[in-house]
Design a protein around this ligand. Structure first.
Ligand SMILES: Nc1nc2c(ncn2[C@@H]2O[C@H](COP(=O)(O)OP(=O)(O)OP(=O)(O)O)[C@@H](O)[C@H]2O)c(=O)[nH]1
Ligand SMILES: [Mg+2]
Length: 363
């Protein structure tokens, strides 16, 4: 199973540029709007300091990070929810992503014009988000028509679903995202037939110029909006980081230091995306490989074992569990066991972030 982050924003916001910085994939970047039509997809390793530490400790032949996927879709303009621009394709491409990465333009470039003439990040966010809200209202409206009759004729599940739909519609009409309406798991069950965009977690990428990064008014305005909305915002100097991705890894440190950055913005973006997806990383040490794996929070041990191999889930007997800190402290699984810090867990055990797991199973 893989987790997907959809890169959205106005045309010419620099979505493909950020995508290239993330993946080094060389997607087409152009100074004209709607350069991207078919979505570009790339898988990106998640930077992981714990995995690096395990690598130093065990010096395995293979050190395998976990990964998430980024999808670079077409730009969106006002009216997209009614099919303007590439509206229909755009909305279809982001329905099935797990997280929205909203790229907001905070740079000026005379040769790649802003689609709405002048630079104004706060307005840009509103334009894009209005379309997401309208698109959600549209599918909610259609679903309401479908179930209203059933609800009137006394069908209990339809009545319960209708209450939730109406609550979400009222929220969206008031400019609130579905994800911010404090819906219970049961409420969300009623929304299964309507995959809402505004139910997805979201973050902003401020695509900044170097001047903007250090106290520019556009980035400042976007930060204020993000703070009010409690949405994380990550500044990235898009064109510079896309150049960085093309350099050999050993030259990147000097390049970054030259512009006064300690780490690439894309690394923060990947980490923050991973965090917002509510994922947990666990590790396995098998033979000559140390490997990181990803499961959603609250995953039982057999299901986690199934990530490694389906036989392990089917024949699951128990999991032997160590914490990362204990393993680093004692230096080897055997010593962790000697110290009485290895615990044995059964089928109901929920895997926690940072644990090292050994699965015992019947073949
Ligand atoms: N100066 C500057 N130019 C940038 C930056 N990021 C992107 N650009 C330029 O802006 C133009 C559009 O960039 P793209 O990455 O193609 O934008 P997009 O959002 O993918 O556009 P569409 O696919 O058309 O929706 C290109 O000419 C880029 O070189 C940046 O950080 N600074
Ligand atoms: Mg593009």
């Amino acid at each position: 199973m893989s987790w997907r982050c959809g890169i959205i924003g106005l045309p010419n916001a620099g979505k493909s540029t950020i995508f290239n910085a993330l993946t080094g994939a060389g997607a087409e970047v152009a100074p004209y709007p709607f350069c991207t039509i078919n979505p570009n997809t790339g898988v990106v390793a998640v930077p992981d300091a714990r995995l690096e530490a395990l690598g130093k400790l065990f010096k395995p032949e293979k050190l395998t990070p976990t990964a998430i996927e980024f999808v670079d879709v077409a730009g969106l303009i006002a009216g997209a929810s009614k099919g303007e621009g590439l509206g229909i394709q755009f909305l279809a491409h982001i329905r099935d992503v797990d997280l929205l990465v909203h790229v907001v333009r905070c740079f000026t470039a005379p040769d790649s014009p802003h689609p709405l003439s002048e630079l104004n990040p706060v307005r840009d966010v509103e334009v894009v988000e209005t379309e997401l809200l309208l698109a959600d209202l549209e599918i909610l409206g259609r679903q309401r028509q479908k179930i209203e009759k059933k609800a009137k004729s006394g069908e209990k599940p339809a009545q319960a679903a209708l209450i939730v739909l109406e609550r979400v519609e009222a929220g969206l009409n008031g400019g609130k995202w579905a994800k911010d309406l404090k819906l219970s798991l049961e409420d969300k069950e009623h929304l299964k037939a309507t995959p809402l965009l505004t139910l997805k977690p979201c973050l902003f990428v401020a695509n900044v110029s170097e001047e903007e990064l250090h106290g520019g008014p556009n980035y400042r305005d976007l930060k204020k909006l993000a703070a009010r909305r409690e949405v994380p915002v990550i500044p990235i100097v898009g064109d510079l980081e896309a150049e960085l991705a093309e350099l050999p890894p050993e030259d990147r440190g000097d390049f970054l230091a030259g512009v006064g950055l300690s780490e690439p913005g894309i690394e923060r973006l990947i980490r923050e995306s991973y965090r917002l997806l509510g994922l947990v990383t666990f590790y396995t040490i098998v033979g000559t490989e140390v490997r990181a794996w990803t499961v959603p929070q609250g995953t039982p041990a057999p299901k986690a074992a199934g990530q490694v191999h389906s036989d392990m889930e089917k024949g699951f007997i128990r999991a032997e569990v160590m914490s990362f800190d204990d393993l680093i402290k004692w230096g080897s699984p055997a010593k962790v066991k000697e110290a009485g810090r290895l615990h044995v867990e059964g089928r109901d055990y929920l895997v926690k972030d940072g644990e090292i797991l050994l699965f015992r199973f019947q073949r």
